[in-house]
Design a protein. Structure first.
Length: 389
């Protein structure tokens, strides 16, 4: 079967600052207000300060002779670095078996051939850390398990990305007597009763009723007035969601705020490449590109007002970072427009982002630094802020 690649099937360009470019150090001075006032010598920009690295789509059977032809064409065109990007069509039969081919012995044999050719041509290589995107699933192996070469990787469905849903039930205290309510689907994080008036919920009225839940049922007698029961439920993200997947999305997406899930991802990708090709790291292999991980993996519909990204460790992390209980304030993430609401929401996203950065990006960065390569990439929906909140 002939390769489905063309010599320039490189639709996306990554940029990587090269350590050897002396002009990089001059940029701050060139861009300072003083330099701007005095004018800038355009000649200093004629020498490139970055190495443009095209994404080389591995969407065919990747025969060594075809890979050599394409890499030579890139070199002749003045390209010095290239991103090896496994994606739909990998193995030569689109939508059939790509996930099994990815990280197989055949895949790694082809990868070695490509590295040998790149080294011979003095091309630098940036690893792409996933099949298609978003990064983090290891071609489905983080959740579903599977084979990495001849190594069997066990499934870990408990690593599925989580979100927090709020289910609200209006309650009237005028009915009188104790009543019972069935807890909604999911894992209960908290149930809080809040008195409401025409302006919304009243924070001073919040009552944490979580301890009153027994056998998946809440029994409670509401005081006089209008009340709302707010059930906060941790749920797994649906397995049918995941950008960039072309044949089987059931392995998407892990909770990238779960250290164990991220460790497994690094083990089946970064660690496996290093195990097989250590002699290329820091020389031919100069970087690892991570692609579009994001909170949309933890929020199933991407924008619904009744869900937020979540992970089991978040309440404890939030309290350590922000100095107060997140659980006690959960209603204010959903209800109200006061200064207190603004503070809670700011602190929530601040803690969530910090946990995400520490658990995913920092782990990958530290691994890359320890193995003499750069950590590069971009976040999901980099052109807008919603997915990065």
């Amino acid at each position: 079967m002939t390769s489905r690649l063309s010599p320039f099937s490189t639709l996306v360009i990554a940029s990587m600052v090269t350590a050897a470019a002396p002009a990089v150090a001059q940029l701050p001075a060139l861009l300072s207000s003083a330099a701007s006032d005095q004018g800038i010598d355009a000649g200093q920009f004629r020498a490139p300060v970055v190495d443009l690295a095209p994404f080389w789509f591995w969407n065919g059977d990747m025969r060594p002779e075809e890979m050599e032809r394409q890499l030579k064409a890139m070199k002749e065109a003045g390209i010095h670095s290239v991103v090896f990007h496994p994606r739909s069509g990998l193995g030569g039969d689109p939508n059939h078996g790509e996930l099994e081919y990815y990280l197989s012995e055949t895949y790694f044999a082809r990868f070695r051939s490509a590295l040998e050719i790149a080294k011979r041509l003095n091309l630098k290589v940036i690893l792409y850390d996933e099949y298609n995107w978003p990064s983090g699933s290891g071609g489905g192996r983080v959740l579903k398990g599977g084979m990495v070469g001849t190594r069997a990787v066990p499934p870990n469905p408990e690593y599925m990305a989580k979100f927090l849903a709020m289910v609200e039930v209006p309650v009237s205290g005028e009915i009188g007597g104790e009543r019972s309510w069935k807890v909604p689907d999911g894992e209960l994080v908290a149930v809080i009763a809040a008195q409401a008036d025409k302006s919304g919920v009243i924070p001073s009225s919040f009552k944490d009723l979580t301890s009153e839940v027994s056998e998946n049922s809440l029994k409670w007698q509401a005081p006089q007035g209008d009340w709302r029961l707010m059930f906060f439920m941790q749920r797994d993200s649906p397995i049918t969601v995941g950008p960039g997947t072309s044949e089987d999305v059931s392995g998407c997406c892990p909770d990238l705020m779960n250290p164990a899930a991220v460790d497994k991802f690094i083990s089946v990708t970064h660690g496996e490449y290093y195990h097989r090709f250590p002699e290329y790291f820091g020389s031919t292999i100069v970087g690892v590109f991570t692609d579009e991980p994001g909170f949309l993996n933890n929020r199933f519909d991407g924008s619904s007002s009744d869900t937020v990204p979540w992970t089991e460790a978040l309440p404890e992390f939030f309290e350590q970072k922000e100095g107060y209980s997140l659980i006690d304030k959960l209603p204010l993430l959903w209800e109200g427009e006061s200064a207190e609401n603004a503070k809670i929401r700011h602190d929530f996203w601040d803690a969530l982002s910090t946990l995400y950065m520490d658990t995913y990006y920092k782990k990958i960065y530290d691994w890359c630094q320890a193995h003499r390569v750069e950590s590069i990439g971009h976040v999901l929906a980099h052109s807008g802020s919603l997915a990065q909140e």
